[in-house]
Design a protein around this ligand. Structure first.
Ligand code: NOJ
Length: 751
């Protein structure tokens, strides 16, 4: 009897579990989507494919036709599927209520925003985070960003940007993971996992977007929105892999791109969106256009008018229109005229509704509208702890002669020079729409909190006036009136900390530059101070690689601190005084001069790679081919030694590579062991080396570790010109070391 009772109650328990699952609706999404789709009018389908900006000009030009009144009417009529740049529980709730209560089918909106490196609490800009090579920390950053953004009503982020770029002139390199597709794919996936978590229907997870599909990072001459022409080798092996990895890891949306790719605007390109993304890779989410990128198809010279752009984009697989007003104005007519098949709209709407259901918005359209959560999580103290950890890990030590760093904790007379040292805004970097200005801990505050005495002199302003997200930054090119005081201070100090670099708004979207030196009068200031006291620690703040050959030659210690976000000054103080031993490695090559750009480590050999004593080899007459600092480079306060590289290629599907790493210095430190591979002879030429593995770990002094890597077909193969993945037997060379240019190497044959 008791046994039976237990059985029955167990059965009831499982049944109740099933019905909870059913209620939460995650199991039968396809049939629910189908049922809803069947009820929708053509106009309502087009509505789901339409996204409006909130009612202010924040991430692009406001379209002339768009006025708030019309947008409100459209909300009521079910003609809006998503909104961007509306945030805060109160605002989000207001719009959601209109749609849910007043539109015929009450299909909830999703609210998108660029959550690029934090929402309120800001973590380092993505390029900087990548320098940590710490995937767990990067995932945690995205997780915390999602917790805050979701608490403020956001259900969808336009991140991560997984565009590979080799061009430091392009301002958006700050938003990506640098120049390498292997690292870029892993970092992109870490971010997606952080944003989307394990359960997309939870109130603190948000849908994420891999962007910009495709090859946006290859804009000619690094000029924003410029033409892109890349061959199949680069497209399949460099541009696509991070997107493919995003799809394999269940990213919910993909944003297309502003650029043309080999003559076709990406937004109207069926090869990219239908063939590669949806057919070959099996992407199940939806494609969002970039801001106005549908209408720009016409400006590129590929469509005759807005209606034509709508036709091309819909056919090519752009599922949702961000602020072009092309779909809302023309898609219905195009279907009625037989120019666009309704089944294409059905496909797009299915994808959009699926993501909305997966987010749990049909069970609770106000899932993200909880005032308590909003109060609890914005600027949450525990997120400061994680942001500080991330910021410390993102710093790269570029030079440390005579062991100037870490600074001695006692004695020294410290001078701090540079406008950026006293700046609470610039270290926040670009792309921080939801956050508040002047919320970074400056270097001066960081040092003060650390309990250090120092004297500060600005030396010179970096900018004139105020910088913001949409206007050009005005750089001080003339005012040197503060030089004398700075030089005087330096004369009377034992160590000078000079905080120089770019303003946070000098990188980001629309921020291409032709010069990569220190902007304004900063180089002159550096040289003037150096003339009286060469004991300088240069603390660089920048959102892209800089060309600083003079500093690299003359300044004894250089710390690359990028734009580290809210905890900037605290992280820098910790590293300066050795409480954290720097462990970052460059995710992008630093050039000697802008003329070398694009410069990247995974280049091809060329037919004339070395000098034979005359000029007829691939080189510059006025500059070396080598970079100032290579990809993967970064020092530590300790030293690591590599020995005993071994390769076992007896199993061609699992080549074993082992190396011993020893901490031969006097401090505990973390090393990023990097494995590079070259396929020596291939049917499509392979780069001189490609990153195919890395491991980061800590070793105490004298500590040693035997590190092992397994190279499978995934690492050994490549995409041919048809985009087919192949592995070719033959000779390979493996290099394992501390950066892309230094390491032990060995050849092996793949049978
Ligand atoms: C334009 C940018 O290219 C894109 O990355 C961003 O997500 C949208 N604006 C929306 O802000």
């Amino acid at each position: 009897m008791i046994r039976n009772l237990t059985k029955t109650s167990l059965m009831l328990f499982f049944l109740s579990l099933l019905s909870t699952t059913h209620l939460s609706g995650q199991q039968d999404i396809p049939s629910r989507v189908e049922a809803l789709l069947n009820k929708m009018t053509l106009a309502e389908k087009v509505g789901q494919m339409n996204q409006y900006n909130g009612f202010w000009d924040v991430t692009g030009p406001v379209p002339k036709e768009g006025n708030s009144k019309m947008k409100y009417e459209h909300l009521k009529q079910g003609k809006v599927g998503a909104v961007l740049n509306v945030r805060g529980v109160e605002n989000v709730r207001k719009l959601q209520e209109i749609v849910v209560k007043e539109s015929r089918l009450g299909i909830p909106l999703i609210f998108g925003q660029d959550i690029i490196h934090g929402f309120k609490t800001l973590t380092p800009v993505p390029l900087a985070e990548t320098a940590s090579w710490d995937l767990e920390a990067i995932q945690r950053s995205a997780r915390n960003a999602a917790v805050q953004a979701s608490a403020a009503g956001i259900s969808w982020t336009f991140a991560p940007m997984v565009d590979i770029s080799r061009d430091a002139r392009w301002g958006r390199v700050m938003e990506g993971a640098g120049e390498d597709p292997y690292l870029g794919a892993l970092v992109g996936v870490a971010r997606i996992k952080g944003f989307q978590g394990d359960d997309l229907a939870a109130p603190n997870t948000i849908a994420s977007t891999a962007k910009h599909f495709a090859a946006y990072g290859f804009a000619e001459a690094g000029r924003e929105y410029n033409t892109v022409d890349v061959g199949t080798n680069t497209l399949h092996n460099i541009v696509f892999p991070p997107f493919k990895a995003a799809v394999e890891n269940n990213v919910k949306s993909v944003m297309n791109a502003f650029n043309i790719l080999n003559g076709v605007p990406a937004t109207g390109d069926a090869f990219l969106q239908r063939e590669m993304l949806k057919d070959r890779w099996g992407f199940k989410g939806f494609v969002i256009s970039d801001w106005g990128s549908i209408k720009e198809i016409a400006f590129h010279g590929h469509a005759k008018d807005l209606k034509h752009t709508a036709e091309l984009a819909a056919k090519a697989g752009s599922d949702m229109d961000m602020e072009s007003y092309a779909y809302i104005n023309h898609l219905e007519a195009l279907v009625k005229e037989g120019k666009v098949q309704e089944s294409l709209l059905d496909d797009a709407v299915r994808r959009i509704l699926t993501v909305k259901m997966e987010l749990g918005l049909f069970e609770d359209p106000y899932l993200y509208c909880n005032e308590e959560r909003e109060k609890r999580w914005l600027y949450a103290a525990e997120h400061d702890v994680a942001a500080l950890d991330m910021a410390k890990k993102s710093i790269v030590l570029l030079k440390n002669e005579k062991q100037l760093l870490p600074l001695a904790k006692t004695q020294q007379k410290i001078a701090v020079i540079g406008a950026l040292a006293n700046d609470k805004n610039s270290p926040l970097g670009s792309w921080r729409i939801g956050s508040d200005d002047n919320t970074a801990i400056s270097v001066i505050e960081g040092l003060t909190k650390y309990g250090k005495n120092f004297t500060y002199a600005k030396g010179a302003d970096l900018i004139t006036g105020k910088a913001n997200f949409i206007d050009e930054v005005k750089i001080n090119e003339t005012d040197r009136s503060g030089f004398a005081a700075a030089v005087e201070l330096a004369k009377n100090s034992s160590v000078v900390l000079m905080v120089l670099g770019e303003h946070g708004f000098q990188s980001g979207e629309g921020r291409s530059r032709t010069k990569l030196g220190l902007p304004g009068v900063q180089q002159e200031l550096l040289e003037a101070v150096h003339a009286v006291n060469p004991n300088i620690v240069l603390i660089l703040m920048n959102g892209r690689p800089l060309a600083i050959p003079w500093a690299a030659e003359n300044i004894p210690a250089i710390l690359e601190t990028w734009q580290l976000g809210t905890q900037s000054g605290n992280a820098i103080a910790n590293v300066l005084y050795g409480d954290y031993n720097p462990s970052g490695k460059l995710p992008m090559t630093f050039p000697r001069s802008v003329g070398q750009v694009p410069i990247y480590y995974n280049h091809y050999s060329t037919g004339r790679p070395v000098s034979e004593g005359n000029v007829f080899w691939s080189h510059y007459s006025d500059e070396a081919n080598t970079p100032l600092y290579p990809f993967g480079f970064g020092l530590s306060y300790t030293q690591f030694e590599y020995s005993d590289l071994s390769v076992d290629a007896s199993n061609p599907k699992a080549v074993k590579v082992m190396v011993t790493v020893t901490n031969v210095g006097s401090r505990t430190g973390e090393e990023v062991v990097q494995l590079y591979l070259q396929d020596k002879v291939a049917s499509v030429v392979r780069p001189v080396k490609e990153l195919k593995g890395f491991q980061k770990f800590s070793l105490s002094p004298k500590g040693t570790k035997r590190v092992s890597f397994t190279l499978t077909e995934k690492e050994l193969g490549f995409y041919n010109t048809k985009g087919k993945f192949i592995v070719e037997p033959g000779m390979f060379e493996v290099q394992v070391g501390t950066n892309s240019q230094e390491g032990l190497s060995k050849s092996f044959e793949l049978k």
